[in-house]
Write a protein that binds this ligand. Structure first.
Ligand SMILES: [Zn+2]
Length: 100
């Protein structure tokens, strides 16, 4: 007996055929592209907010999810790099002054 849910699994079934066509047009073309961009953007936006909260200032919102994904895996190392960069920024003028 066939399931009542027409999810494209019934052969020779009009509602299933319609479902297949619908999901195909949803997965390809502009709709899917827009959907992917939206989800990428909201991921980046969320990551950007979290990065900002943790004191990291990504140059732009785009790509923040990637930065965060890498940072989570090697957070200590990444944070160390960010700290060193900050520290260096503070110390280099002092060192230059001392050298005078
Ligand atoms: Zn069906």
């Amino acid at each position: 007996m066939q399931s009542e849910i027409h999810d494209g699994s019934h052969p020779e079934c009009a509602p299933c055929f319609a479902h297949k066509i619908h999901s195909l047009s949803w997965q390809t073309g502009e709709a899917a592209k827009r959907r992917a961009e939206d989800s990428t953007f909201s991921k980046d936006m969320d990551a950007y907010k979290r990065l900002r909260i943790s004191g990291v200032q990504p140059k732009q919102i785009g790509g923040s999810a990637e930065i965060e994904a890498q940072a989570t895996e090697k957070w200590e190392a990444e944070h160390g790099v960010i700290m060193r960069r900050k520290v260096r920024k503070e110390f280099i003028p002092r060192l230059t002054e001392t050298a005078k």
